[in-house]
Ligand binder design. Sequence first.
Ligand SMILES: Nc1ncnc2c1ncn2[C@@H]1O[C@H](COP(=O)(O)OP(=O)(O)OP(=O)(O)O)[C@@H](O)[C@H]1O
Length: 339
Amino acid sequence: MSDLLDLLDLRDVHVVHKARTGGLLRRDRVYALTGADLTVRAGETVGVVGESGCGKSTLARVLVGLQRPTAGTVRFRGEDLWTLPPNRRRAMVGSSTGMVFQDPSTALNRRLPVRRILRDPLDVHRRGTAHERDARVRELLGLVGLPASALDVLPGQLSGGQRQRVAIARALALGPDLLIADEPTSALDVSVRAQILNLLLDLKAQLGLALVFVSHDIQTVRRMSDRVVTMYLGRIVEQAPAAAVPTGARHPYTRALFSATPGLLDPIDPIPLAGPVPSATRPPSGCPFRTRCWKADDVCATEMPLAQDDGDGHLFRCYHPVRDGATDRELISQAQERA
Ligand SMILES: Nc1ncnc2c1ncn2[C@@H]1O[C@H](COP(=O)(O)OP(=O)(O)OP(=O)(O)O)[C@@H](O)[C@H]1O
């Protein structure tokens, strides 16, 4: 049931790519996103974590209407996006969402001065008079903490951090309700990462934005988010209030992922997992994590478990969830025994 605070609602969304993974003539199906259910509410920050290739960017692209799902529905403020006429869909998504990509060097047109980069979305969407657009461009620069002197420079003349500020300003140009940041700091020097993360948090508070934040850096995700979404091999396996992660996480994979992050938990070693991540072209039947999970048994191979609700928006899909209050030491010894 959706309510007025729901901005985006994904129901049973699948994305299957065709890719040449097995030689020139063979095109395999890559199951990038499978059966995703996710609601993003106004003003909240949702962090998305998971190993490389688990479908985080695909999910982000679906959320901003850049990726059409193979199946399932994407509702934006209650409207089924992919049944709208293309012009309406683009206008709706374009003015209500903004996307910040990993690498501002490739995301910004190198030949255009900052002024043109920021004017462009306002011109395309015909926002206000020429005078108002110029004023908005100056306002955007101020919002991201850049001086007016940056208006006439090319992206190449700016530092990486300044370029990412320009990319954020551009994503904010049309006054979106939702900002999606896909690894927004991983291409930046370590010294400026915290500044960009703090800028995103300030903007979110100042403008009342919802923020979807995708990152490999799960410590940062946890610190920045209200809710943490864990993905594994194209599936959302858990969504938990950030305060409940990691020790209150119920899915074995979330526990294992966080246990591998130095400094977060007490244990000396990460929870050992069996074998590698299976291929997204041939995901295992049932729960995709079962081939590596120390708790898996025959039932896990049957079908994907239904989502269980732990209250307070905490959902997980597992036949053998981690017991509430289980310590990581306990989980490590269980996993070692099973190995
Ligand atoms: N256009 C595409 N064509 C074929 N396969 C694709 C395409 N885009 C993504 N994939 C595959 O879909 C799966 C999910 O990719 P995705 O980029 O969403 O993962 P990710 O979690 O964001 O990875 P990373 O953290 O490395 O960016 C991967 O197996 C990837 O190789």
